[in-house]
Design a protein around this ligand. Structure first.
Ligand code: MN
Length: 292
């Protein structure tokens, strides 16, 4: 069978930034309400807090207690550290280069703050929060918390070690990530030290997104700048990239979850009835509380 190239459908530019709480100044690149949703699923939200300097402070900067149900939040601490606690007993610090994969499932409440150490020292802060949808069969699964430091992810080296591919989720050339997911998902961080070409074969019919973290890349004759996101067509399975010089990007790939979505605020369900239930269950305290 001939492997067909995946075509780039469009490139989304960084959005105007807004504050999430008082710690995260984010550009919301896409959400499940986007017109491109069909080509983005199973990913349902992507917030990028681009590099920003925070001076040392004794204040706790971030977002206080709030609920989630029906999906997973994946937090990438690109620079700086994030502390988290949730009502299922999960918690800890996402250190620089680390990733937290939190399954909200049937529901929890949590908070998200700059770590105490980062706040005291101050510095450059950069973060991504990605929301991953859960298939209807798993929307009410038990909450779960998976935490990984930078060194926990396997790396595949290419181009005389001038290009490396960190496997954050799924697998690449039979190298497997330690992250457990509920549907087929591959997430790679690709880093080049000099001009490099890369071809990646992904599952036929899957959705693929490309986010430029630093430097620049080329997809065909389209240049992708820092903070921009490329969306590929579902058709085809081969993506061809050129990373220019020192360049870092994230590739998000997954089987689309073609199910109806009823979402509002922190809840992402399949029906209006389930959405109403989520609000009621939260108000009745069924998603738990944080121990102060
Ligand atoms: Mn949250």
């Amino acid at each position: 069978m001939v492997t067909q190239d995946k075509q780039l459908l469009k490139v989304i530019s960084p959005r105007e930034k807004h504050w999430v709480g008082d710690g995260f100044y984010v550009s919301s690149i896409f959400s499940m309400h986007s017109e491109d949703y069909k080509n983005i699923s199973p990913f349902i939200l992507f917030d990028h807090a681009p590099p920003k300097y925070f001076p040392p402070t004794k204040q706790k900067l971030g977002v206080g207690e709030h609920p989630h149900r029906g999906f997973e939040t994946v937090t990438f601490a690109i620079r700086g550290e994030v502390e988290h606690r949730d009502s299922s007993g999960g918690g800890g610090t996402i250190t620089t280069g680390g990733v937290q994969w939190m399954t909200a499932g049937s529901g929890l409440v949590h908070d998200e703050f700059h770590s105490t150490k980062f706040s005291q020292e101050g510095g450059e802060f950069e973060m991504i929060q990605l929301w991953v949808n859960l298939p209807s069969d798993f929307k009410m699964t038990n909450p779960r918390y998976q935490s990984f430091d930078e060194d926990d992810f396997p790396i595949v080296f290419k181009n005389n070690n001038k290009l490396n591919i960190k496997i954050i989720a799924g697998s690449f050339e039979s190298v497997v990530s330690p992250v457990e997911t509920f549907s087929l998902i591959n997430i790679y961080e690709v880093k080049s030290l000099k001009n490099s070409k890369l071809e990646i074969t992904l599952p036929e019919g899957s959705n693929t997104l490309f986010f430029q973290l630093s430097g620049k890349s080329w997809i065909g004759n389209k240049k992708i700048h820092q903070g921009y996101l490329g969306i590929f067509n579902r058709t085809g399975s081969l993506i061809k990239l050129k990373m220019e010089g020192n360049s870092k990007a994230l590739i998000l790939n997954g089987d689309p979850i073609d199910e109806p979505i009823f979402a509002y605020g922190p809840f992402v369900m399949n029906t209006e009835k389930e959405l109403i239930e989520a609000f009621r269950d939260f108000q009745e305290g069924k998603m738990g509380n944080l121990v102060l």
